[in-house]
Design a protein around this ligand. Structure first.
Ligand SMILES: Cc1ncc(COP(=O)(O)O)c(C=O)c1O
Length: 397
């Protein structure tokens, strides 16, 4: 049967994520994959979660197994709000929180509530492919603003806002960005907020990696500086607790939250209650900061090892970011090199990465950049894989 003319217009143009396609080859056991973006499995507090699950099923089985409310499990909402207030100074008087099924859903609900077909979304270039695809599924028009070392280019951002009346949203990952590892400076964060206020557009601040800092000074979130309600904050448990539990949260002005709640009801009624109870118990009775500290140390070690191998084995006309946290390094080769083609050669040599075009607004334009991930890799594989990549780069550049 030909399904083509049954598919909706908004899905026709959206392609399967290039990363998923790369995973098919990168997932083979003999391939050293720097293509992923998973948290280190060693960071999952398995024994604690087992104890918590047993306890919940012994003492509160009905709450765990019954329907819940769309806004989220109340004790978890309170714990997260308190934590965000204490750590990030987030939570204005008129703000509220909703627990969502992963940040991916948080982004989807934001798009669902804000965007009409053809509305504009400004995103960093490069940016996280999952959320770019979310905006694409709402038939939004993407406007990429290039990233400098300190975040979005503010002059281009203002120019884009000035020229395009259809823009509703600026999507940013200001801290340890996926894919670039770049952290936006305080000046860029303030500048983005001022521009959002001036042109009356919303900012979606996606911050799944913020707590994974292993060097440098902490920089305030954009949301903490938001006095007018222009910022929607998106936090996640995926990189600091467990991605499989599918837990994230949106904090925003109550005026928009109302619609987000209705949108969530229409999508999945509510986030898995059992997962929410596990996270709430973990936050209340265990030490999540200690567990995050373990991840930070691990990622610091792996990041620094990868960078030092790159310093040794990569040719000198290759540049790369030196992140202060998170799980990604962004590599820039001389103009004209197509990292899509290079990736195929790398895979033949049993090493994988994600070519830069996957993170761009125009997926079809070849990119001379690529993303490396270090979070799940052993020292031995980092050293071996980076040497193989370095040899390939020396031959091709
Ligand atoms: C920037 C960014 N936003 C959102 C997500 C989605 O995370 P979640 O597991 O919370 O849906 C990711 C996952 O890699 C990400 O890197």
């Amino acid at each position: 049967m030909d399904f083509q003319n049954l598919i909706s217009d908004k899905m026709l143009g959206v392609k399967a994520s290039a990363i998923r396609e790369i995973f098919k080859v990168a997932g083979k056991p003999d391939v050293i994959s720097f293509a992923g973006g998973l948290p280190a499995p060693e960071s999952f507090p398995v024994a604690d979660i087992k104890t918590i699950c047993n306890d919940i099923l012994d003492n509160e089985p009905i709450t765990a197994l019954q329907y819940g409310i769309s806004e989220g499990y109340v004790p978890l909402k309170e714990l997260v709000l308190n934590r965000m207030k204490e750590k990030e100074d987030i939570g204005r008087e008129n703000d509220d929180i909703i627990i969502v099924s992963g940040s991916q859903q948080g982004c989807d609900l934001t798009a669902k509530v804000l965007l009409n077909e053809g509305d504009g979304v400004i995103c960093e270039e490069p940016s996280f492919i999952g959320c770019l695809n979310t905006f694409r599924t709402y038939n939004a028009k993407l406007y990429g603003v290039p990233m400098n070392e300190d975040g979005m280019d503010l002059a281009v951002l203002e120019e884009t806002l000035k020229k395009n009346q259809n823009i509703k949203l600026i999507y940013t990952i200001p801290t340890f960005q996926n894919p670039s590892g770049i952290t936006s400076s305080l000046a860029v964060r303030k500048g983005m907020l001022e521009l959002a206020q001036k042109y009356n557009v919303m900012i979606l601040e996606d911050n799944p990696y913020g707590e994974l800092r292993f060097s440098g000074e902490k920089i305030p979130t954009i949301k903490s500086m938001d006095t007018t309600g222009h910022v929607i904050y998106l936090g996640s448990f995926s990189k600091v607790f467990s991605p499989g539990l599918r837990l994230a949260y949106l904090i925003m002005d109550k005026g928009i939250m109302e619609k987000i709640v209705v949108g969530k009801q229409a999508t999945d009624v509510h986030t898995n209650v059992f997962s929410q109870m596990i996270a709430a118990r973990y936050l209340k009775d265990y030490n999540i900061d200690e567990s995050i500290e373990t991840s930070r140390k691990l990622y610091k070690h792996r990041c620094h090892l990868m960078l030092s191998c790159m310093d040794t084995y990569f040719p000198k006309n290759v540049s790369y970011t030196r992140p202060d946290g998170g799980i990604f390094i962004w590599v820039t080769l001389p103009e004209g090199v197509d990292t899509g083609k290079l990736m195929l050669e790398a895979v033949e040599r049993k090493v994988a990465f994600v070519p830069g075009n996957a993170f761009m607004t125009d997926l079809d334009k070849p990119s001379h950049c690529f993303r490396l991930n270090y979070s799940t890799m052993s020292d031995e594989k980092i050293e071996k894989g980076i040497k193989i990549l370095g040899d390939l780069l020396k031959e091709r550049l």
